[in-house]
Design a protein around this ligand. Structure first.
Ligand code: HEC
Ligand code: HEC
Ligand code: HEC
Ligand code: HEC
Ligand code: HEC
Length: 218
């Protein structure tokens, strides 16, 4: 039989196939990887703050409850950041002359709030609400990591849409009893999925709507 293709045509075909399909896919994959990389999402960065406030000291060592400083977290969309007088409930008595706390004393004296830099942020077109997550048994540590070990705060999770959806599709993988939401040392039971399904039923979570675009984009 006459040869239709020269020997070597195969390898040319392979090169063409690679050029047509694999390279653009690779380019898309690489750009997607960069686009949602920690660099692009500001993950793990720490920011300069007016006072080098340490969660490691205040939460890890002293065991102060999150709600003393983030008073909105159970009731509102925003957890909120503490006003100066919250710091002064303790620091009018302890570490009163520490140089590190000078900006706090100045803020109290002048009535000008401290300007804490925001670490975690979702874009304006995304709706997020703390209170519902707290009410439905999602712990602070799931989204903010081991805060009790952070000398300086960092954004622990990517906060991308894919990340939100990974839980909204399967909340049973992350949910815990409501009274453990603030417990930074809670760990999952070996039968998390079974326990998680029970909690979903108990807390009346309607999983069908959790992935609707309008849940987060209103
Ligand atoms: C004594 C007060 C205090 C307590 C208690 C406290 N925090 Fe904070 N928190 C702050 C201050 C002040 C900031 C702003 C400075 C910073 O980012 O470190 C902050 C920032 C944060 C941020 C980042 C906010 C942003 O800009 O995105 C998270 C997340 C957070 N705290 C979680 C927690 C959790 C979880 C707990 C309990 C386990 C807790 N905090 C307990 C005072 C406190
Ligand atoms: C419930 C009491 C309490 C509150 C409220 C509190 N602190 Fe403290 N803070 C302490 C204690 C106690 C220490 C000493 C910790 C140590 O030496 O281990 C401390 C230490 C510090 C230090 C010294 C460095 C360090 O972390 O050890 C800074 C800075 C500081 N606090 C800032 C703040 C700011 C800012 C606020 C308000 C957002 C605040 N604190 C609220 C009790 C408190
Ligand atoms: C389901 C994930 C999730 C959980 C659970 C969660 N957070 Fe957040 N947190 C976020 C996101 C996302 C932001 C950024 C919100 C924004 O940009 O509006 C944020 C922001 C914050 C801030 C900055 C101020 C604000 O309200 O925007 C603080 C403080 C905070 N969280 C504390 C907490 C504490 C304390 C808990 C536990 C009771 C908690 N968070 C539980 C996702 C979560
Ligand atoms: C670890 C799990 C988890 C993560 C991560 C998570 N969520 Fe949720 N979210 C839930 C659960 C559980 C509910 C409660 C749903 C219900 O009761 O119907 C909820 C509810 C909500 C609601 C309220 C829906 C309503 O019916 O009012 C909004 C809005 C929302 N989430 C936005 C977000 C956004 C935006 C992110 C990412 C930045 C996010 N969530 C990340 C578990 C999570
Ligand atoms: C659980 C919350 C949640 C749901 C549900 C959700 N989104 Fe998003 N979406 C986000 C968050 C958070 C961002 C911003 C972070 C990012 O860009 O990944 C975002 C960003 C976007 C963007 C901006 C492009 C981008 O990725 O940067 C588009 C477009 C979008 N969403 C469309 C949709 C559509 C369409 C749906 C329904 C199929 C949907 N979203 C459902 C949370 C959600």
């Amino acid at each position: 039989m006459a040869q239709l293709f020269r020997p070597g045509a195969n390898s040319i075909a392979v090169i063409i196939i690679v050029a047509i399909f694999v390279l653009p896919t690779g380019a898309v994959a690489v750009s997607y990887f960069l686009w949602k990389s920690p660099y692009a999402t500001s993950q793990y960065l720490t920011l300069a703050q007016p006072v080098p406030f340490s969660h490691e000291h205040h939460v890890g060592a002293l065991g102060i409850d999150c709600r003393m400083c983030h008073t909105g977290v159970e009731k509102a969309a925003f957890a909120g950041l503490p006003p100066t007088h919250t710091c002064m409930t303790c620091h009018s008595q302890i570490w009163t002359n520490a140089q590190m706390l000078a900006p706090v004393r100045q803020s109290l004296a002048s009535g000008t709030p401290l300007h804490w830099q925001r670490v975690n942020r979702v874009p304006d077109y995304v709706f997020f609400d703390h209170s519902i997550h707290v009410a439905k048994g999602i712990g602070c540590s799931v989204c903010h990591g081991p805060v009790q070990k952070m000398a300086l705060m960092r954004q622990q999770k990517p906060l991308t849409m894919g990340w939100c959806l990974s839980c909204h599709r399967h909340p049973e993988r992350y949910i815990r009893p409501r009274d453990q939401v603030f417990n930074m040392f809670w760990s999952m039971p070996p039968d998390q999925i079974a326990q998680g399904r029970k909690l979903i039923a108990k807390y009346l979570i309607h999983t069908a709507h959790m992935t609707d675009c309008s849940t987060c984009h209103r």
